[in-house]
Ligand binder design. Sequence first.
Ligand code: SAM
Length: 287
Amino acid sequence: MFDTPQAARPGTLYIVATPIGNLRDLTLHALDVLRTVDLIAAEDTRNSQGLLSAYGISARLTPVHEHNEQAAAIRLVATLQEGKSVAYVSDAGTPGISDPGARLVAAARTAGVAVVPIPGASAVATALSVAGLESPWLFYGFLPAKTSGRKKELEALRDLPYALVFYEAPHRIEETVADLAAVLGETRRILFARELTKRFEQLHACPLGEAAAWLEADEYHRRGEFVLVLDPPAAREPDDDGAARRVLALLLEELPVKQAAHLAAKLTGARKNALYQLALEMKQDHE
Ligand code: SAM
């Protein structure tokens, strides 16, 4: 029924997912590896000590975080090449997903060291599993910290025909949600997936136009860790009712294609890219 438990193999780097809240979300496979590796590299050794103690694992720990990852990677690759087995764990969830781990993995692979993933919890997959989305989605992670950079990124993402998934921390949740509403529009829907797998786990979906009020309504709504899932943009085709075509025809009498499409998108709510294509076709037909 079960695959046989196996001890960690010599000279192998294991990238091990750990829980994002509920400590019981550690897999049996992860336990086998963490119990038998020679060394556990951790983003924050004190933090991981808590998880390991809960499972009665007393392992040798070494820190590998965003500030020392490059140097630590060189050291760990040497350890692996001596035939030792190493596991890497980040603070929570899957390493390399908005967490350190990528540089260590790259260094190990470049050196020809075996790298083995031990899958488990990740906030993005956990949120998507309850988002009820059928569309493709794009995982972005953390948006830039400053509003100007954040808005610029959001403008580039706005018209993509995908759901968008972001991570956000409590101290920036209000400003990020304000920028999401300003750039993506008040009608686009957001799912707040808060404190997943923890005691005060909460899922709340609403149009972006109502999101600030929801955050304001209760201080607990603004606390904890968030995954934000945005529905894809409403896929209104420009010629749904002929209105976009009529508006474009008028604008094209006075304006170049790009400007006409831009204004028509604002006036009709249809997607700018689709209107641009339509405007090009209309112009060609006309000529
Ligand atoms: N590597 C992790 C993973 O696989 O999900 C992500 C690490 S990233 C530094 C931390 C961010 O992930 C948080 O700010 C939050 O956006 C999201 N996150 C982590 N745990 C969460 C949870 N229990 N509920 C909601 N979001 C969570």
